[in-house]
Write a protein that binds this ligand. Structure first.
Ligand SMILES: C[S@@+](CC[C@H](N)C(=O)[O-])C[C@H]1O[C@@H](n2cnc3c(N)ncnc32)[C@H](O)[C@@H]1O
Length: 198
């Protein structure tokens, strides 16, 4: 049962995925609110979320009506469907663009983003260097990459996180600096809110 929950959090699908996505909405809302506040979104900003799940974070940003555009990538077909449904009005209005795909194999084009972020997704990437290199190249100069991740010690108490990659803050900081991010800051507030500047 715990293994199944971990698998669903990694890539939600089917009826269990629908249930797990409701759990994610209630577990992660406060992290989204904080990370969005820290993103300091401005008019005309181009934002990108990796692993948008059921699209709550994207919806919170779109509803702020700041005049930014928000794109996202998720490799769960179910999550793409749910996120589009939740954000239909903004998708139709050309404010939100929800793509389907795996960040590990995502072809970064010429489009540049001011801010890239992810909430509770980093544990599913076993090659941080590869993902961080992509994110670095997607950002405009001075752009920000913002991450929320739980403290790895919290995973010790949770049975469903057995197969998750357990990164320490030191691991993540050194991988971010390794791909070229110049300034990396973080605060610990339940989990880590990390901010890296290109
Ligand atoms: C634990 S859920 C978190 C969802 C959402 N960020 C939230 O906080 O509610 C992880 C999400 O990341 C997506 N994901 C995991 N690895 C991914 C990858 N390599 N590429 C794209 N999406 C990925 C999953 O499909 C899932 O929707």
């Amino acid at each position: 049962m715990y293994k199944k929950l971990g698998e669903q959090l990694r890539k939600p699908s089917g009826l269990s995925g629908v249930i797990v996505s409701k759990m994610m909405d209630s577990w992660n809302k406060e992290f989204y609110k904080k990370i969005i506040f820290n993103l300091d979104i401005k008019k005309d900003d181009k934002i990108f979320e990796i692993g948008y799940g059921p699209g709550l974070g994207i919806n919170l940003i779109a509803k702020m009506n700041i005049g930014c555009t928000i794109s996202g990538l998720d490799y769960s077909e179910l999550m793409q469907k749910k996120a589009i449904k939740r954000n239909q009005k903004f998708v139709d209005g050309g404010i939100v663009h929800l793509k389907y795909g795996d960040i590990l194999f995502y072809e970064v084009g010429n489009e540049k983003f001011h801010k890239v972020f992810c909430v509770n997704v980093i544990y599913f990437w076993n090659d941080l260097n590869k993902v961080f290199q992509k994110i670095y190249s997607m950002l405009s100069d001075g752009g920000m990459y913002s991450i929320y991740m739980d403290h790895e010690k919290d995973f010790e108490k949770l049975k469903f996180t057995k197969d998750f990659c357990r990164y320490s803050i030191e691991n993540v900081e050194s991988e971010l600096k390794g791909v070229g991010f110049t300034k990396v800051e973080y605060i610990l507030d339940k989990g880590y809110f990390i901010k890296a500047i290109k």
